[in-house]
Design a protein around this ligand. Structure first.
Ligand SMILES: *Cc1c(COP(=O)(O)O)cnc(C)c1O
Length: 468
């Protein structure tokens, strides 16, 4: 009579009536809880473990299952990658003013497309148009979903079934499958490449321009630099050429900043104002890169051209919703007071954090980190270089400080990767980067050190014999 004991669980009803069961029902409802309890029982039956189990224990497992399922798919992480505008981590963090504006717009009807004084239909882009005009000197502006959409709309409006002239040195691909030639094709524009990868001259453009030309496009090489034996044509010359042929000259800035970054000791990045002064009829740029706002695409420039963009049916498909318009408006307002911008705009605040401040932070966090990891690891404070990210100032790095974590002695294969993975499984995942067998936590974007410390307490070894 050695038959294994049969699995004899409490009844579903009993489990639901247990203390933990009642808690689960209070939090998740009876239907969900019942389903989770059945799931847990089924798993226990299949795995064949513990023949007897209490109602409370099953209910607790069901509750764990329900809680795990409730966890949002998109959730906060701690960005210690050293890339401030990390596209995979959601780019710019919004200013408090922008967050408040979004919350307000979410809770109530707004005058999104309504003119309150006149009591008649209005235009959604009007809420930020005047701010863009004021800040950039542009005649007019139109807003869309992101800069990829801005470029698409411009190409489709002015170069559908016509040629868009671009230098071969500027046929960019940026992350997330934005490739200039593909966007051209989708917009119905015919790509007319001119010049070579490293050198393009005015005569190259002049020979290509003609009756078939829809527009002349300059693209900011936002994630690479062509160096060495190079030549490109300055915008004013392109603007002049375009004007003589009566076609728009478009400058795709990509990142698009409204203020000279040299003010904060960073390298000067061409501003939207610079591009307009350089003769661009239209300038396209992103809302969530250097601008530090929500995802958005902005086209600023000549009034007559903007009016054509606004009339393109694609604009309707690419338009911004009220939440992002609210966030963008609030973000742009901050630019009226450049003196306080670095305090109020999180991206700029992060760019301008001083190496000394970061060094002090590293020294403060190091003992706790070392203690958590134990003798198998060394934790050192190191100099490192942060990146701006998102294709802004591609070669510019910011001197920063990080914590470098390395296994002591003979490193077992994959130990560093396993540690990095363990840091990603804590409640608020900590994301660093691995370089030369070392896990580096660049502290530039760590503003909540208490949160980081709290995550250390929950760090679990990747299994086996501890973290070492
Ligand atoms: C980033 C970028 C884009 C795309 O902008 P999104 O806002 O990411 O859609 C287009 N052109 C250039 C030059 C860029 O740098």
């Amino acid at each position: 009579m050695n038959r294994p004991e049969r699995f004899r669980p409490p009844s579903v009803d009993e489990i639901l009536r247990s203390g933990e069961g009642a808690l689960a029902i209070a939090r998740h409802g009876r239907a969900e809880t019942t389903q989770a309890v059945r799931q847990v029982l089924e798993r226990m039956r299949q795995s064949g473990t513990s023949p007897s189990v209490s109602a409370d224990a099953v209910a607790r497992m069901a509750l764990d299952l329900l809680e795990a399922r409730e966890r949002p798919s998109q959730r906060p992480v701690i960005n210690l990658t050293g890339t401030v505008l990390h596209t995979n981590l959601g780019r710019a963090l919004l200013a408090e003013e922008a967050i408040q504006a979004v919350v307000t717009a979410m809770r109530a009807p707004t005058n999104l497309e309504y003119e309150i004084k006149a009591g008649q239909r209005g235009e959604r882009d009007a809420h930020v148009r005047d701010l863009i005009r004021e800040l950039t000197g542009a005649e007019d502006a139109v807003l869309v979903n992101n800069n990829a959409a801005a470029v698409l709309l411009v190409l489709n409006t002015f170069a559908k079934d016509r040629e868009a002239i671009v230098s071969r040195g500027e046929l960019i691909e940026i992350g997330g499958a934005f490739r200039m030639p593909d966007i051209m094709a989708r917009a119905g524009a015919i790509l007319r490449e001119v010049g070579t990868t490293n050198r393009t001259h005015l005569r190259d453009y002049a020979e290509a321009i003609g009756a078939e030309t829809g527009l002349l496009l300059k693209v900011h090489t936002s994630n690479y630099v062509v160096q060495g034996f190079t030549a490109e044509v300055e915008p004013p010359e392109l603007a002049k050429l375009a004007r003589t042929h009566g076609v728009p000259f478009v400058d795709d800035l990509g990142s698009g900043t409204l203020i000279d970054f040299a003010r904060w000791g960073l390298r000067h990045e061409k501003t939207v104002q610079d591009a307009l002064k350089g003769g661009a009829d239209l300038v396209t740029f992103s809302g969530d890169k250097l601008l530090g706002g929500p995802q958005a695409g902005i086209v600023a420039g000549r009034k007559d051209l903007i009016a054509k963009l606004a009339k393109n049916p694609l604009k309707r498909a690419l338009r911004l919703d009220k939440l992002r318009l609210a966030a963008l408006e609030a973000t742009l307002r901050l630019y009226r007071d450049p003196d306080r911008l670095a305090e109020r705009l999180p991206t700029l605040r992060l760019f301008t954090r001083k190496a000394a401040e970061l060094h002090a932070l590293a020294e403060k966090l190091r003992p706790a980190l070392a203690a958590t990891l134990g003798a198998g690891w060394s934790v050192e404070t190191v100099d490192c270089a942060s990146q701006i990210g998102s294709g802004a100032l591609p070669l510019e790095t910011l001197p920063s400080t990080g914590l470098a974590i390395k296994p002591v002695g003979k490193a077992s294969g994959g130990a560093v990767e396993a540690l990095a993975a363990a840091f990603r499984t804590v409640p608020v995942p900590v994301i660093g980067r691995i370089a030369q067998g070392t896990l580096i936590f660049d502290l530039r974007c760590l503003e909540d050190e208490a949160l980081f410390a709290a995550q250390l307490a929950t760090l679990k070894p990747g299994g086996g014999d501890g973290l070492a």
